[in-house]
Design a protein around this ligand. Structure first.
Ligand SMILES: [Zn+2]
Ligand SMILES: [Zn+2]
Length: 208
């Protein structure tokens, strides 16, 4: 049996498998049509303008030109995501239930990822390392936490299995035991161009 490798996001919820590389069960494949039907996305020009302004005032004019901000229902319980290569910030529509402050904070958290990346150039940085922390200070969210702590309702299913990234130490509670090699998406992005990297394979640290 060939190994299906997965990369996982480190926010609160780990049922979000962001990148799946390799070959898996063909029955699990989702057609592009149904994918589009389930995961609606839409652009937010007002937030884009805000992001552009924040990047500009922090000296990142080049990426300010390219930035896009979208609402993406695919994020489920993950609050936001920043993709530097696409200059794209995705926000969870469920943030709208938590008011403008929470939206603004999440937007700035994600902009900080882009700003830190921009400033670092080709130098590799940790997703929530000192460069990101500095960017947060510059963007007015100095006390931003590394992993989002949003008031999203927690899934009722008990997450018995706690996994941890050996590199960034982010925790990944899971309902089920991982049957495949799963790695931390943020670390794979930061150090291996977003490809699966066994160095960041999640380790099971506890079962309750
Ligand atoms: Zn982050
Ligand atoms: Zn990690």
């Amino acid at each position: 049996m060939r190994l299906l490798r997965q990369l996982e996001l480190g926010f609160r919820d780990t049922d979000i498998l962001s990148v799946v590389a390799g070959v898996g069960d063909p029955g699990a494949a989702v057609s592009p049509e149904s994918f589009r039907a389930v995961y609606s996305k839409h652009q937010d020009v007002d937030l884009e303008e805000k992001a552009r302004e924040l990047l500009r005032t922090n000296g990142a004019c080049r990426i300010a030109m390219e930035i896009r901000v979208e609402w993406n229902a695919r994020l489920k319980t993950c609050a936001g995501r920043a993709d530097y290569s696409c200059k794209l910030i995705s926000l969870n529509p469920r943030l709208c239930d938590h008011g403008a402050t929470e939206i603004d904070r999440t937007l700035r958290h994600e902009i900080a990822h882009l700003l830190a990346h921009f400033r670092a150039g080709h130098r590799r940085i940790l997703p929530h390392g000192i460069e990101w922390q500095q960017a947060c200070r510059d963007l007015g969210v100095a006390d931003e936490e590394r992993c989002h702590n949003l008031p999203f309702p927690v899934c009722e299913r008990v997450r018995r299995y706690l996994y941890k990234c050996p590199n960034c130490q982010c925790e990944f509670p899971r309902v089920r035991r991982a049957r495949r090699a799963v790695a931390c998406l943020e670390c794979c992005r930061a150090h291996n161009g977003g490809e699966f990297d066994a160095r960041f394979r999640l380790r099971l640290v506890s079962i309750r």
